[in-house]
Design a protein. Structure first.
Length: 148
């Protein structure tokens, strides 16, 4: 792992709340939800908060649901919203409702947006380069919501 990636990962791990809100803003998620015609109820753990929390959980060194709910509570406190229970079951249920198609579409759109921002100085020998399919990894494993 390069030093820049490690620094960024450490920054996310040490941040309070949900840092992915800045990288994956509400309008971007809302647009994909509309494109995929995904309906959701207005709940505390809506797709936005759940997605931001899930991404934080995946990258955090402490992958427990309890830690993730603590980050959600910190975010909601800063937003002035009523603080929920520290029980992890509501978050775990919300996370299981996240459609895989939503994640796939968001990641593809994010990748396209990043690719559009690449300048010629960042190209390899002046060319775009794509990772061969054999090196790509698709994870179909979701984290179990079990706190130690």
């Amino acid at each position: 792992m390069t030093l820049r990636v490690q620094i960024l990962k450490n920054k996310f791990n040490q941040s309070l709340g949900l840092p992915f809100k800045e990288l994956l803003p509400y309008p971007a998620i809302e647009q994909v939800l509309e494109e995929l015609k995904i309906k959701y109820k207005k709940r505390l753990f809506d797709p936005f908060i759940t997605l931001w929390a899930f991404l934080s959980q995946v990258l955090d060194t402490d992958k427990s649901c309890h830690n993730t709910v603590s980050k959600i509570i910190a975010y909601l406190t800063a937003e002035g919203v009523e603080i929920p229970s520290t029980d992890t079951s509501a978050y775990c249920q919300a996370r299981s409702r996240l459609p895989e198609k939503l994640l796939e579409k968001l990641f593809n759109k994010s990748g396209q947006n990043l690719e559009e921002k690449v300048t010629t100085e960042h190209l390899w020998c002046g060319r775009s380069w794509r990772m061969p399919r054999v090196f790509q990894c698709k994870s179909d494993r979701w984290f179990n919501c079990v706190d130690a």
